[in-house]
Design a protein around this ligand. Structure first.
Ligand code: UDP
Length: 491
């Protein structure tokens, strides 16, 4: 392990997967550690989160065509940035095959260099560590990695650099991944159509349909990705989970028990976006549309439905049309995020129903990308129609906003199950998307008694979030432990 030096100062290296929902919580964890006592931070980033050259003209970076967002280094003058090889082709980076992307990045980070003229991930990491002491730079105490990056962890272990893992999903989700081999052994997976609503006895309240399973990738590939996550966790000095004690007490306890005493720490340090405002600069094309806040200012309190399906989920053009018609028919004010790649095959105005803009004028706003946390905190927002990505879920819970849930992939169905069956702050819009059903769901959430009950419970959860963030609150204590551990050199 790197030795302590330079007036007791330490430096932490952070490395995330290049997705919005992963890099933001990683930067927020880095920001919380940096803000706490000046811990130095070096952000290792893949080419596909290359620094945004429009923000820093000095840089000669080629941002290949990619769906990922570029980092805006000018927002973070206190941090150092180092680009690392990621093994992705432009074609793969532009695809939505997350499983293949994760496996390719791991292979590149674990392996040798792709060509004699370019350094391997291990070479770059070694040179970052070797620069300790240069220009007064404090030594690297540990590498904080996304739990998907087992390849990077192996490279770090080869250099004697300990790793701390960030899980950007819920504690329940990690519990599910740890149980995955057992679930396959017991025949729950691959799921059979006739058994989707049967309970998974080992993981209440989950049903078979709530388990992580991707139709795009075979069971072997999914198992490989999930096995990497659990291996990374088990081979680290600890795992930081973006959740909080009061939200998932039983699930956190289960993980502690499962990982055993040998394992150093399981820390629930979230919601991380409330501990630091650090986040990725939006991509060159998608800047958050701040004008929507002025528009929200003109709307009545708790009247607006915010609709967004995150950064990856997409819809068929038929589904998109049904969503538009449902929003129109609901009569409810709405703010709808329509990314250019939300509609498979591409979005243009012809995807919207005839006369849509006229019909919703004044009460409906469509934007390409929202300042989501600011939107959810706005008094005009009364509900969120979400895909239940964990960040969106946690951001909504943090502001006391109840949800209509439309999960599609990865951990989203599991999050929806907890929303409905455990926290009671949302309900699933199930089955084929159809305008009449959408209209009914919107009314249920925004104007009916059932929705009001969910809003009340959501406000109670918001209070719990505030409690864990107070001085002496559970997440503050968790961040202190991470900070202390890193300063002691990972011990
Ligand atoms: N987000 C945003 N503006 C938008 C839509 C999403 O800033 O218009 C952010 C959102 O606040 C969240 C992240 O993108 O932090 C999406 O992460 P999540 O885990 O919810 O979903 P994913 O994109 O990974 O499916």
């Amino acid at each position: 392990m790197a030795s302590n030096g330079g007036h007791g100062q330490r430096r932490v290296l952070v490395l995330s997967l290049p997705f919005e929902g992963h890099i933001n919580p990683m930067l927020q964890l880095a920001g919380a550690l940096h803000g706490r006592g000046g811990l130095s931070v070096t952000v290792l980033h893949t080419r596909f989160n290359a620094l945004d050259p429009s923000c820093n003209p000095e840089l000669s970076v080629t941002v290949l065509h990619t769906r990922f967002n570029a980092l805006d280094a000018s927002r973070h003058p206190d941090l150092a940035f180092v680009e690392v090889p990621d093994g992705l082709t432009a074609e793969l980076a532009a695809s939505s095959n997350v499983t293949r992307i994760i496996l390719a990045i791991n292979a590149a980070m674990e392996g040798e260099s792709a060509s004699p003229s370019s350094p391997s991930f291990r070479d770059v990491l070694a040179s970052v560590v070797a620069a300790d002491g240069d220009e007064g730079r404090p030594p690297a105490a540990c590498l904080i990695i996304d739990s998907n990056l087992r390849g990077a962890q192996k490279a770090a272990a080869g250099l004697g650099l300990p790793t701390l893992v960030l899980r950007t999903g819920s504690a329940a989700c990690l519990g599910c991944y740890l149980a995955y081999p057992t679930l396959i052994e017991k025949g729950y997976l691959p799921p059979k159509e006739s058994q989707l609503y049967e309970p998974v006895k080992e993981l209440p309240p989950l049903r078979i349909r709530d388990l992580f399973y991707s139709k795009d990738a075979n069971l072997e590939m999914v198992s490989e990705v999930l096995a990497k996550i659990t291996e990374t966790v088990r081979n680290s000095m600890g795992v930081v989970i973006n959740t909080f004690d009061d939200l998932e007490p039983a699930e956190l306890k289960k993980i502690h028990n499962e990982l055993g005493d040998k394992f150093t720490v399981v820390l629930a340090a979230g919601p991380l976006h409330k501990l630091s405002s650090m986040h990725i600069g939006s991509s060159l094309k998608l800047r958050p549309d701040q004008r929507c806040i002025e528009w929200l200012d003109t709307q009545a309190t708790q009247s607006v439905l915010y609709v967004s399906f995150g950064s990856l989920v997409s819809l068929d053009s038929d589904e998109f049309l049904e969503v538009a018609c449902g929003l129109e028919r609901s009569g409810q004010p709405f703010l709808w995020v329509v990314r250019p790649d939300l509609v498979r095959g591409g979005f243009d105005k012809a995807c919207l129903p005839d006369g849509f803009e006229r019909a919703v004028e004044g009460r409906g706003k469509v934007i390409q990308w929202a300042p989501q946390q600011e939107v959810l905190a706005h008094h005009a927002i009364g509900g969120f129609w979400t895909h239940n990505g964990w960040n969106s879920t946690l951001e909504s819970i943090s502001e006391g906003v109840p949800m209509i849930c439309r999960p599609q992939l990865a951990d989203q169905p599991l999050n929806t199950r907890y929303m409905e069956a455990v926290w009671g702050v949302g309900f699933e819009l199930e089955g084929k998307l159809e305008r009449g059903k959408i209209e009914k769901s919107i009314r249920k959430l925004m104007v009916e008694k059932e929705g009001a009950g969910m809003r009340e419970r959501a406000k109670k959860l918001k209070n719990k979030v505030e409690g864990c963030l107070k001085n002496g609150g559970s997440s503050q204590i968790a961040i202190d432990s991470v900070d202390g551990g890193v300063r002691r050199g990972g011990g």
